[in-house]
Design a protein around this ligand. Sequence first.
Ligand code: ADP
Ligand code: MG
Length: 526
Amino acid sequence: MSEAPILKDTARSKGRDALQKNIQAALALAEAIRSTLGPKGLDKLLIDDDGRTLVTNDGVTVLETAKVEHPVAKMMISASSAQDRVAKDGTTSTVILAGEMLQNAWQLILQGIHPSTIARGFRKAEQFVLKSLEEISLKANDAMQKTVVKTSLAGKGHSSMQETIADISLRAVKMIVEGDDDIIDPTKIKLISQTGGRVEESSLIQGLMLPKKRISSEMQKDVSNGKILLIDGGLEQQGLKSDLKLNVTDTGVLESFRQQERIMLKSQVDKLVENGVNVLACKEGIDDGIRDYLVKNRIQAFRRVSRNDLNMLARACSATLVNSIKSSRSEDLGEFKSSKNISLDGKDFWVVEAAGKAATIIAKGSTVDIIGEVERCFDDSLGVSVQLIQDSDVVCGGGASYVALARKLRRYAETIPGREQLAVEAYADGIEVILRVLAENAGIDPISSLIDVVAEQTNLDSDNIGINLTTGKPGDMLELGVLEPSGIIKQAIIGATEVSISILRIDDVLWAKQDIDASLPPQSDM
Ligand code: ADP
Ligand code: MG
């Protein structure tokens, strides 16, 4: 039988050969970030095309920066990115888990078990594990919360940096919780970073703080309980349009033209006054010629405020962004409790407090590299804090929860008939990988660590025993303060299972032959 013409120019690998290659690609990727897992994980130095460097311990950052061609490796990376979006943490774990699940699946395939059988077994195992995860979860009290956020920063920066970041993140998230919100919106928190100073000097303020100064120091410094108008444009003279030709024969013509424009600007300010606007913020400029008129009318004004900041202001003050003053209606105005101009470390800031809650973190770091890592840490720990405030379920880290889940899963496997049982067991072996890698990265023997932890969990009938990476011995993670939101483990399990099953289902890979000419964009004759 001849091949379909569509397959003519393709390289093809089929069946077991395809699967083996795909699994190898997935394993290579997991291998690449394995050494970054956990508090003793090492950093990676990333260098981009332009020679810029980045030192990080963050799995998803490594993966997203790496140039990866293999489509299966790309599937793994997107699982890790999805984890980053949904849970903000556990990105390295997801990839390592998927790698291990696939490796174990491959052993079963070599024994003649069909990939679909394995996929079915994995699915059953996943369902069971997710149910058990709820059972082993604890409710975090206030004291435990900080511990949880600190755990999420393990391996990133030093301990006092973790303490500062965890503390600020939790307080920031608590500031933006509205009533009994189910969903907390972390975009209500603004992060400003400043080079210079130590991370420990980072601070948090209630309200929205923007690196802006009012356009005239003669304007009121602080305004309270007023109305704000946000313009997605400016308050500027239009100037002469480029396609307009003006034959100036009299020097007075140009001046009267400008005069006319100023009158128009003034009439716009008059409209602000009429509507009771106390504060004006524009995305674009505000004409210098109108400044004094704004001062006279007691309007505090800011120009060149970014779109993003205007949107944050709009949400905090319940205002609507308008295109121009002319088109503004009184219902577009927002309300604020206070609008203050402050100076911090010699820099000017505008701070707005309103009913819509907002918080601003001022992150500090001594160098551009450090501030970059500090920003990524805040990003992670804010994500974890949001999860934690939304759902206080936590489990023990340090491999404890994975080992506990694997123990329960093995008992469940005994109830499953046929070859799927082997797949469920392989899945149980797979999720223990986290403990082994944590140990390995701390220079502790991974196999005996696992054996010791399993034995201790069984002896004490406790799901809280994980590996103490300092002593190399089993330890109670609740006592050691190594806790993680259950949501992160849940997402990691779901993500890793999903990508493993997707990869197991592929039995045919068709590579289009790369044709240099074909990759050029088609020529258009204009
Ligand atoms: P991920 O990207 O998957 O979050 P991390 O490098 O952040 O990877 O490592 C997270 C793992 O490190 C979790 O399994 C967590 O339980 C473990 N961990 C964090 N702190 C400790 C600690 N002090 N002792 C043992 N394990 C820890
Ligand atoms: Mg982490």
